[in-house]
Design a protein around this ligand. Structure first.
Ligand SMILES: NC(=O)C1=CN([C@@H]2O[C@H](COP(=O)(O)OP(=O)(O)OC[C@H]3O[C@@H](n4cnc5c(N)ncnc54)[C@H](OP(=O)(O)O)[C@@H]3O)[C@@H](O)[C@H]2O)[C@@H](O)CC1
Ligand SMILES: [K+]
Length: 498
């Protein structure tokens, strides 16, 4: 799904008014009806009073319109207008006439509310320009200290739709965004405050967004479904890719097993594993589907000759459990020199690259999947998660690589400067081996012939979804990496139908 910046949302709004021959006044009614239906499906108990807090722009106009619809639906509704200057939007002024009465505040003073009552936040929407000022600040601090449930229209008031908010904003319990979610819903800076959000279409002109160039996307079910291929009955294992996984070192076998199993569960045809031979029997007992790489003449510490590998495999993943021993450094050096195949680099491969400043040697269109610490070792420290994402995009362009920055909302950056936000996954996945499972999934899709971008999208989304299913069964405290693998089959089957 395309994620639009606030200026683009505004243009979409105007384009719809133009193309659908609808007035902005009527478009507001459409949005208010959508909100009101959604609200009634969630909060059907009509014994609680609803307090609608309206600002002076169109978000406030939505508030008046929604208050009138909810009153007609039988709710007890109180409306408040916060008029901190004289610049009303036209539609706001018109919609004020639809409610029987409202209290007006030119300066904010606190007033009592019953704890069980609900608050609808219609103070400010996507028209925000800069941090909250003056009376709004006092009002929002008061709202945030109340025990009442707050439901925001379009966006929590004060929140910047495109980037982290430098001031304060309403800490909403629920948000209904119009048409599409806002970019800022996926920023780590906001994740403690934006838990229950949803979006509903208000039927803005679809043609506008089809042609619109955007730099931000949300990875959603429809996108993943459109990428995941159906198999033909006549295909066989040779059609599903041959992958090479290189990793493991003394004491570090687990990552090899987790990655291998995850790779096979994502539909890989054949998998060869390069790992020290002392581990081959353990690997076979845990993942009999994998082949272990025999000792080859030029092996470094029982690893593999990349020139030779390149002739046979469709993709390589390298790094998990490799250690940063001298032999592993030589191994990565060899790999960077010789590899010609689509590749995934993770864990110790990234640590070795950052220590030796080999970043410019990473092959074009490779995928790297660092977590925050690995990322900062590679590219330097950042003072916020948002600035880390900006650097991620910049480095993808500069190095011509795909970067998966793992975290609460994993982001994928592509060499063309676009950024994909993921919304699956949970805190329970921050556990040993979870990243190895992702590496195995990436390797699998890459070897099956998906493009690097498709590979990143599929693996990141499905990894998070499998983690969500695992957390549903085991809880996010008990969840371990093997549980994620347990649920890969069902999440793929749910999407692909096969
Ligand atoms: N997209 C769509 O298709 C549709 C959108 N719709 C709705 O329109 C909403 C957008 O409406 P909008 O553009 O009128 O702006 P809005 O958010 O009400 O804010 C403007 C007010 O905020 C004030 N203000 C600004 N910054 C401030 C600050 N830092 N601190 C304090 N005040 C600040 C500003 O004051 P001023 O700058 O004039 O001093 C002005 O009074 C959108 O969110 C959605 O709800 C639907 O009705 C129909 C379909
Ligand atoms: K709002």
């Amino acid at each position: 799904m395309k994620l639009l910046e606030k200026s683009q949302i505004r243009s979409w709004d105007l384009d719809t008014i133009d193309h659908q021959n609808i007035s902005s006044f009527d478009l507001m009614l459409r949005a208010a009806s959508v909100f009101s239906n959604w609200f009634q499906s969630l909060f059907f108990d009509k014994t609680r009073t609803i307090h609608v807090f309206c600002g002076m722009g169109n978000n406030g106009g939505d508030g008046f319109c929604i208050a009138s619809l909810l009153a007609k639906a039988g709710y007890e509704v109180n409306v408040y207008l916060f008029q901190f200057n004289n610049r009303f939007s036209d539609d706001n002024l018109s919609r004020q006439k639809e409610v029987e009465s409202f209290d007006k505040f030119e300066k904010f003073t606190p007033f009592p509310l019953e704890q069980k009552d609900l608050i609808i936040d219609a103070l400010l929407g996507s028209g925000i320009n800069g941090p909250l000022k003056g009376e709004y600040l006092k009002l929002v601090s008061w709202l945030n200290a109340l025990p009442n449930k707050i439901i925001s229209i379009d966006i929590p008031s004060g929140m910047d739709p495109d980037q982290p908010t430098s001031g304060s904003f309403v800490h909403a319990d629920h948000v209904l965004s119009f048409e599409i979610p806002k970019i800022s819903f996926f920023l780590n800076e906001n994740s403690d405050y934006i838990k229950n959000w949803d979006y509903r279409s208000i039927h803005l002109n679809p043609g506008f967004v089809e042609d619109l160039k955007v730099m931000n996307y949300l990875i959603d079910y429809d996108l993943v479904k459109s990428i995941l291929r159906q198999r033909k009955a006549t295909e066989n294992k040779k059609d599903f890719g041959f992958a090479q996984f290189c990793g493991g070192s003394p004491g570090m076998l687990g990552s090899v097993i987790l990655a291998s199993k995850a790779a096979m569960r994502c539909g890989l045809g054949r998998l060869a594993v390069s790992t020290p031979s002392i581990y081959h029997s353990s690997l076979f007992s845990s993942c009999p589907e994998a082949m272990a790489q025999a000792d080859l003449p030029k092996n470094v510490s029982n690893l593999v000759d990349f020139q030779l590998v390149n002739e046979h495999v469709d993709a390589i993943a390298i790094g998990p459990g490799l250690s940063s021993a001298k032999e592993s450094v030589r191994y990565i050096d060899e790999f960077l020199k010789a590899n010609k195949k689509p590749a995934v680099l993770d864990a110790d491969a990234l640590n070795i690259i950052s220590r030796n400043k080999w970043q410019p040697r990473i092959g074009a269109y490779s995928i790297i999947s660092p977590h925050k610490e690995e990322f900062e070792r590679l590219f330097g420290t950042c003072d916020s998660h948002y600035s880390r994402i900006q650097k991620q995009i910049e480095k993808s362009k500069e190095l011509n690589i795909f970067i998966i920055l793992k975290g609460a909302h994993t982001t994928i950056s592509s060499p063309d400067g676009s950024c994909y936000y993921n919304n699956t996954g949970n805190v329970g996945m921050g556990t040993a081996g979870s990243g190895d499972v992702l590496t195995g999934m990436l390797l699998s899709f890459l070897a099956q012939g998906y493009t690097p971008l498709e590979t990143c999208i599929l693996a990141v989304y499905l990894h998070g979804s499998a983690g969500d299913s695992a957390a549903f069964k085991y809880g996010n405290i008990a969840l371990i990496a093997s549980d994620i693998i347990e649920f890969i089959p069902s999440v793929i089957k749910n999407i692909n139908g096969k």
